[in-house]
Design a protein around this ligand. Structure first.
Ligand SMILES: Cc1cc2nc3c(=O)[nH]c(=O)nc-3n(C[C@H](O)[C@H](O)[C@H](O)COP(=O)(O)O)c2cc1C
Length: 298
């Protein structure tokens, strides 16, 4: 596996694969070898024993400050009830293509809530969620099945891609239903009155979110003519905190209902942002590994 990373202006294209005592080291790790007249003796870097190694290394002048050794798991939530014609789905699919192009290790899981809407929260659901796990009946556990699965997917995700249409100026009901299933007491948030007026705290943290949207009208940006009608982006921004999101990016298509040149331009702008967002996410993990360590419990 080849990993190409841009680090502080120095380009390092390394291919390091170590096998030592049956243990497989992470591939694609970036190693720094200071410039020497002769090629560096890479074998010094191996553990003693029966190591084997293949490597292709460009020598770089300055040491990278960061070493990225992390698998990034991606969770895609598709919220459109439409299929191939859905613009938010097309954005998501283009984003995933860019993601794959970068050969970033990790899983990609899709929850298609648009075509398979989650169950709504009911009185039974609330009773089950607020009952301590070891006191739940079989029926209660059954009611929480979807929620448990969706939360497990969210917990494992480093990156969450939320692709959704604007419906009636906000989230489509199915996407909102997913949100209601995953934002759950003692699972994704804790509640403690000792915290005073702000008793709710997220349990998850450090995730990255990409919000990909499509709307029929236009002018929903902060200074836009319909900014006051945008209950989609501000809502997702508020919710994101409770999903454990610490950084987010977005790309939006507008003018779908007009179908004119402005629509074509809006589409082109949104699609062209996606590779940059992928790169920014990758860089954000480089920064992160510098000081913060892993953001999810192993
Ligand atoms: C039920 C429904 C409600 C909609 N409400 C809005 C709206 O409030 N504002 C808007 O700009 N477009 C609205 N639209 C248009 C959609 O946002 C637009 O068609 C968008 O491209 C849909 O996303 P998709 O292509 O991913 O399905 C609505 C469409 C539907 C079907």
């Amino acid at each position: 596996m080849v990993s190409s990373q841009l680090l502080g202006g120095a380009y390092c294209d390394c291919f390091v694969h170590l096998v030592a005592r049956g243990k497989r080291f992470e591939e694609g790790a970036i190693r720094y070898f200071p410039q020497k007249r002769n090629k560096p003796d890479l074998t010094k870097h191996l553990l003693a024993g029966k190591e084997t190694m293949s490597t292709r290394t460009k020598i770089i002048d300055t040491p990278p400050k960061i070493i990225v050794k992390k698998e990034l798991n991606l969770l895609l939530i598709n919220g459109s009830p439409r299929g191939e014609r859905s613009l938010s789905r097309q954005l998501a699919s283009s984003f995933i293509d860019s993601w794959r192009t970068k050969s970033i290790a990790g899983s990609i899981i899709e929850r298609d809530v648009g075509r398979n809407p989650p169950p709504f929260v009911t009185e039974d659901w609330i009773a089950a969620a607020f009952t301590p796990a070891d006191e739940r009946t079989d029926r209660m556990n059954e009611v929480l099945t979807y929620s448990n699965e969706a939360i497990a997917e969210l917990r494992e995700a480093d990156i969450m891609v939320l692709a959704t249409p604007m419906h009636n100026y906000g989230l489509p009901a199915a996407t909102k239903a997913w949100v209601d299933q995953v934002i759950r007491v003692n699972e994704t948030f804790s509640f403690d009155l000792d915290r005073g007026d702000f008793p709710i705290e997220p349990i998850l943290q450090g995730k990255r979110m990409v919000l990909l949207t499509s709307a029929g009208e236009f002018g929903f940006e902060q200074s836009g003519i319909r900014a006051g009608k945008n209950h989609l982006h501000p809502h997702v921004e508020t919710i994101a905190h409770y999903l454990g999101v610490s950084r987010s990016w977005s790309a939006s298509i507008e003018y779908q209902e007009f179908g004119d040149k402005r629509f074509e331009e809006s589409k082109a702008r949104a699609f062209s942002k996606l590779p940059t967002i992928v790169e920014k996410i990758r860089s954000s993990y480089m920064e992160k590994t510098k000081g913060e360590g892993r953001d999810r419990a192993k």
